[in-house]
Design a binder for this molecule. Sequence first.
Ligand code: CO
Length: 208
Amino acid sequence: MDIKTIFDNNKKWVDEKLGLDKDYFKNLSEGQSPDILYIGCSDSRVTAEDIMGIQPGEAFVHRNIANMVPNTDLNVMSVIEYAVKYLKVSHIVVCGHYYCGGVKAAMQSADLGILNPWLRNIRDVYRIHQNELDAITNEEEKYKRLVELNVQEQCVNVIKTSVVQTAFRQRGIAVHGWVFDIHSGGLIDLNIDFPKLLENIMEIYYLD
Ligand code: CO
């Protein structure tokens, strides 16, 4: 890709926005109040705004390899804290996607250096759900199921945080687990029952 094209594209985009609303950037510069925190994969094919059909200002976005929420990762933990406590989002979405390279890598035994500790979090998801996953004989189906279970476990990681538990008690906040199906372009809601999930882990992870 010619980098110059990007600047040409940007100019076109600015003109297009101003053509529709001359105050577009003036309004945008006044602040943000997104209603959704979106945590997705860094995969170049899965861009948050495009798949959700939303505009700048509508979602606070965090992306990393395989849409992970490791509880010791200062980056994702800061994003959650800021989005929930200060931006006061009403929804937190963890969105995975089928054919995720990060999940695929975690299913193989290759030593990938600095990626090992990151991918180990996905191997932990496999271990938690080993009985179910080992029972799936079709490799592609197993791969897809691990993508789904990884989203579910990252939702659990979101719920483990005190800021989310407090927001749930004080004003109600919803946590959603989705999968983007690259093959069809469709967004699948895993219909994770957030209050039930919270109840299930309450005994161990409840923070007051
Ligand atoms: Co991915």
